[in-house]
Design a protein around this ligand. Structure first.
Ligand SMILES: Cc1cc2nc3c(=O)[nH]c(=O)nc-3n(C[C@H](O)[C@H](O)[C@H](O)COP(=O)(O)OP(=O)(O)OC[C@H]3O[C@@H](n4cnc5c(N)ncnc54)[C@H](O)[C@@H]3O)c2cc1C
Length: 554
């Protein structure tokens, strides 16, 4: 359905199609409410496709004394591992310990024991230096005392958002991308009565009626609802990652280590067939309307970390596949170093407008419950749900083995597409049930999501429905011909539109996901091309006009 076609009246309108909005949409639908979600760009376009992709308690938060947040996050991790296998998967981590490192072995042991206590399972163990080096070849040996092993979990962040949205829509909700809320309407008593929504592509707008609005716009939240706490505001903190091909770094599980430059904990994580190196944590002072990008200083910081932990490794930026940056919505009084800021969420209420921001991907369900609890006085009576019921539709316990796909492939498909996985495979041509090189993605996923998941632009398809834009060389440029052939029948784009989409996608990729050095090269190349085009035009004019002018004179 489009903005023109949807009903005018809703029980609840959710603004923001990131993990927070998607979780609220899903939970509100389970309560039997008539809910609409609107997203100004694409679903998961904001921070929720740019995280470190960990579903974790956050060991580091223990150091800052945020015990409750860690406990809740560990509980959520355990619950999500049960509810969404194939989407949320366990990930083992190695954590080296060096002489003079802070936090040292004893502190880490206390933290990891607490972590285990919260998960009600003893998972961590310590290896001496020789044993640890066997598990992590090429790790820096100088000063190595040994290291810990512990278990967390990882996810495909934008697929988590999409699975929640898809299942909410299958239960009767409505979700529109490229639709921004431009105003919140109130009556004479200042109570919320509706919103104005604008299609950001066509500029068409509509006024919709609702007694309750939840603002789940992450780092943009104060644009619609200024903080009621005079001394606490959103502090946009940027975090960036580099993506390397599998095999370029000697890790088969997660690696968490202390960066020598600032003693912050950073990660190297295998993910979706590639390896992520991240993250940074810096004040983001750019305009929030522009997409965040990694800076040269951040690239150098992350590479310095890699070289420090693997000093003998031959790796350079030439190996890097892509980069991405996201903005943490963090509530702050502005006094602490970025990495010490609390990741807890807040809920603000103002006569039918409820804002929920901060928090983490991992704790999305708790944000949803808190937001819906705050919105309850404005909502019609709703069903009561068992909070411990699974948030996802059930999928078969045992992945099917049919169509020549192994158990792991089925598990991944069920995790990402839920019950729709079977129709995805059934509708595929046999040759498309193979993997796109360097990724765990099947070719068949592309036409399926292009048909069923509100894809408006090529970037929606390649950066968020599947993640080829981050995982394949040059954003998947070498595969664009095949992608076009596969998706042409299901996307209503003619030749001209395909050419335009490809150009826009590659331009966008170069500006946002290429390394800053590459971006500069591309800009210089473009300048060179446009200068030579101007030169060509001038010499053309000269060749045509000057002889005529001379003839005229004589
Ligand atoms: C570098 C980094 C690493 C992280 N790693 C992890 C991790 O490993 N694990 C973890 O649990 N958490 C992690 N986080 C935190 C987590 O990613 C965020 O807390 C979470 O994604 C925020 O989700 P959100 O839905 O609140 O915001 P967003 O995902 O930003 O969604 C808000 C949406 O609102 C939309 N919007 C804004 N204004 C309007 C409007 N007027 N109308 C309609 N739509 C609007 C935006 O376009 C946007 O899509 C990380 C964060 C960063 C930056």
């Amino acid at each position: 359905m489009t903005l023109k076609e949807i009903p005018e009246k809703w029980d609840l309108i959710v603004i923001g199609g990131g993990i927070t909005g998607a979780g609220i949409l899903r939970e509100a639908t389970r309560l039997g409410l008539r809910v609409l979600l609107v997203e100004q760009k694409d679903f998961a376009w904001g921070t929720s496709s740019r995280s470190s992709k960990l579903v974790h308690g956050g060991l580091r938060y223990l150091k800052e004394g945020h015990f409750l947040l860690t406990k809740i996050a560990v509980e959520e991790r355990e619950q999500l591992l049960k509810e969404a296998p194939g989407l949320v998967e366990p990930l083992g981590f190695l954590l080296p310990v060096y002489e003079d490192q802070r936090p040292g072995r004893r502190m880490l042991k206390v933290g990891l024991s607490l972590y285990d206590l919260m998960a009600r399972e003893r998972q961590h163990r310590f290896y001496d230096a020789a044993e640890f080096a066997k598990r992590l070849p090429r790790v820096k040996r100088e000063g190595l005392i040994g290291g810990f092993f512990f278990i967390d979990a990882q996810v495909d962040d934008s697929r988590l958002v999409l699975r929640l949205i898809n299942e909410a829509v299958a239960s009767g909700a409505c979700a529109l991308n490229y639709s921004a809320v431009t105003a919140i309407h109130r009556n004479a008593l200042e109570e919320v009565v509706g919103v104005r929504v604008m299609d950001t592509e066509t500029g068409e707008a509509r006024d919709l009626v609702t007694p309750a609005v939840i603002n789940a716009t992450g780092c943009w939240a104060e644009r619609l609802h200024p903080s009621p706490e005079p001394h606490r505001h959103l502090r946009p903190l940027r975090g960036s990652h580099l993506v390397f091909p599998a095999g370029s770094l000697p890790v088969s599980q997660g690696l968490s280590f202390v960066h020598p430059a600032d003693q912050r904990v950073v990660f190297i994580i295998p993910w979706a067939g590639a390896i992520l190196v991240g993250t940074t944590d810096l004040d983001h002072t750019e305009n929030l309307s522009r997409e965040p990008t990694i800076t040269e200083a951040e690239v150098l910081y992350l590479m310095e970390g890699v070289k420090a932990i693997f000093p003998s490794l031959e790796i350079s930026l030439k190996d890097c596949l892509a980069a991405f940056a996201g903005i943490r919505p963090v509530l702050s009084e502005g006094k602490r170093p970025p990495s010490e800021e609390s990741r807890e969420h807040v809920v603000w209420i103002n006569k039918g407008l409820v804002t929920v921001t901060g928090g983490k991907l991992t704790t999305f369900r708790r944000l949803a419950w808190d937001a819906l609890k705050a919105a309850k006085p404005f909502l019609p009576p709703a069903k009561v749900n068992g909070q411990r019921d699974s948030i996802f539709f059930e999928v078969p316990d045992k992945p099917a083995q049919a169509y020549g796909l192994g158990a792991q492939v089925w598990r991944r498909l069920y995790g990402r597409y839920g019950q729709a996985a079977t129709s995805l495979v059934r509708s595929a041509a046999p040759q498309d049930l193979s993997l796109i090189p360097g990724t765990h993605t099947l070719w068949a996923e592309l036409p399926f999501v292009a048909r069923h998941e509100q894809v408006r632009h090529l970037g929606d398809l390649l950066l968020r429905r599947v993640r080829i834009g981050l995982l394949a060389p040059a954003g998947g440029k070498p595969y664009l011909k095949r992608i076009r052939k596969l998706c042409q029948p299901v996307l209503p784009w003619d030749r001209k539109r395909w050419r335009k989409e490809i150009r826009l996608y590659l331009d966008h990729w170069n500006q946002v996901h290429a390394l800053p050095f590459k971006r500069a090269e591309v800009r210089a190349e473009r300048k060179r091309i446009s200068l030579s085009a101007i030169g060509a035009r001038l010499s053309f004019l000269y060749a045509k006009v000057v002889p005529r002018w001379r003839r005229g004179k004589s």
